[in-house]
Every structure is written in C-alpha cells, then in structure tokens.
Ligand binder design. Structure first.
Ligand SMILES: Nc1ncnc2c1ncn2[C@@H]1O[C@H](COP(=O)(O)OP(=O)(O)OP(=O)(O)O)[C@@H](O)[C@H]1O
Ligand SMILES: [Mg+2]
Length: 259
C-alpha cells in the first residue's frame, strides 16, 4: 500500500478572518514498508501535515490517497503523540486493548494481540501497571503498542521522543528502528532532530520554514539494522550535515527577517 500526499496546502482562518498559511503544495509518497521522516524548523506545519494525513484535519486543497485500499475496511492510520495521550485510569494492558474493545473483539482475541505487541515493545511484566507508575520511555512504548495493536496501514508519529531525556531518547530510537523492522509497516515520523531523522529514515523529507514547502527529499542509503555504530560512520555524518545545511539556511533567513 502506497500513501500519496497529493499537493496538500493548508491555510488556517481564525474567527476574525486572519489567515495563517501553514503548508504549501506538499507532495510526496510513502511507499509500502517505508520509514519516512519529515524534518523542518519549528512552526513550519509538521503537526498540521500529520493531522491531515491522520484525517483529524481537512486540507485547504489537495488530498491524501491510500492507494490500493478500499475505504473504511481498516483504520488507515494510528498516531503516537508527543505527550503519550494514555488513559490514566487504565492499566498498560487496558490502554493497549482500547481500540480492540471498540472494534468489538472478544477477550481472547484482545489478549492474543495485546501480548504480541507487549512483547514487541518490551513491556512484559508491566501489564497491570498504571501510566503514573511508568517512566516516560515506558509510557511511549505503551503508546506505540496501542497504535500498532489497531493494525494501521500507516503509523504516524509526531515528535514522540521529544519529552524524553537524551539517553532514553537514544535508546528509544534503537527500539523504534527494531520495531519497524519487525512490523514491516509504513511509518511517518516527524521530528526537529536531524540526527534522529537520518538514524531512522529510509527517506527524509525536508520542509522549509512556514509556510512549509518540500525543500528536498533525501534518500538515506545506510544499512539496516541500524545501531549505535552507525552514528560514527562518515556517510551518516554526511547526511546529517547535508540536511543541516538546508535547515540552517532557513533559520538564518527567518532571523534576518526578524531583525
Ligand atoms: N488551529 C490553528 N489555528 C490557527 N493557526 C494554527 C493552528 N494550528 C497551527 N497553527 C499555525 O500553523 C503553523 C504551523 O503549526 P504546526 O503546529 O503545524 O507546526 P509544527 O511544525 O508542528 O511546529 P512545532 O515544530 O513547534 O511542533 C504555526 O504558525 C501555527 O501557529
Ligand atoms: Mg508540531
């Protein structure tokens, strides 16, 4: 299944009629089993794009096409947000099966699926804990398991690790890379962090400052599985520098405009 982000533009209009142009003619595809990362400066419309792909927001023009699927047969997307968005009154297990309950699956079916994803994200033994009893990294593991349990065609992640401390974030990047390889699904991952983008992505879509436009799409030709050894490789650092050059230019332009 390929997802086509087909010439999406978005302008917000508030109650006073004030317009904010967030995205301009965003066009790219996410191939089957591909890990695509979107990077761009703060406020360039990344979350807007993700919300449009998730169907939570309508574009002003353009469309999102899930090629080769019949509509409404499956949830097309599931989202992992930055702030975990877990139900505090539900245990880890109950958070993960939430979507399955909604779908009307029986208890046995729910626990078979839940067990698979609890193992995949490394939460075995924590099934009965509540979110407040977990670290940030573990909470985000629950969010990932809950999203995957719904069997989406495309997993959407909006800066999922930015609330985590630096070491946990690095570990979660390794974990996510492994999880993606296990699921063989399409992932769209949004971040400010260039190192993270290169570490995770098959391709990186670089957005300009607002209104977000596609500046470049870079294919990351690095071997998998990806692990810590990669981050000292020359080729990895070259990709990081190449993306930084795009982002830096944008940041300078924004600064000059302000002064
Ligand atoms: N509901 C809204 N109404 C009006 N303007 C909005 C709305 N949501 C976002 N915006 C504006 O649209 C632009 C893009 O916002 P968005 O949250 O998509 O950017 P972002 O790239 O995700 O930012 P960040 O890097 O800070 O997460 C910003 O200028 C923001 O102020
Ligand atoms: Mg955002």
């Amino acid at each position: 299944m390929k997802v086509l982000i087909d010439h999406i533009s978005k302008t917000y209009v508030d109650r006073k009629g004030e317009r904010t142009e967030a995205l301009q003619d965003i066009h790219f595809a996410i191939e089957e089993n591909e890990f695509v990362v979107v990077v761009g400066p703060s406020g360039c419309g990344k979350s807007t794009l993700l919300n449009i792909i998730a169907g939570l927001l309508s574009p002003t023009s353009g469309q999102v096409i899930f090629e080769g699927t019949r509509t409404n047969t499956k949830p097309h997307t599931a989202v992992v947000f930055q702030d975990f968005a877990l139900f505090p009154w539900r245990t880890v297990l109950k958070n993960i099966v939430y979507g399955l309950e909604e779908k009307g699956l029986n208890k046995t079916e729910q626990s078979t699926i839940a067990e698979q994803f609890i193992s995949m994200v490394g939460l075995r033994g924590f099934e009965k804990k509540y979110p407040h009893q977990l670290s940030g990294g573990m909470k985000q593991r629950v969010s990932i398991a809950r999203a995957l349990a719904n069997d989406p065609l495309l997993l959407l992640m909006d800066e999922p690790f930015s609330a985590l401390d630096a070491q946990t974030r690095t570990l979660m990047q390794y974990e996510l890379s492994r999880i993606w390889e296990e699921t063989q699904k399409s992932f769209l991952y949004i971040t400010h962090n260039i190192q993270e983008a290169v570490f995770l992505g098959d391709r990186v879509v670089i957005l300009s400052r607002r209104p977000g436009k596609v500046l470049s799409i870079m294919k990351i030709d690095l071997p998998r599985p990806r692990n810590e050894h990669l981050t000292v490789e020359k080729k990895y650092l070259e990709y990081v520098n190449a993306i930084w050059r795009y982002i830096k230019e944008q940041a300078w332009e924004a600064l000059e405009e302000k002064t």
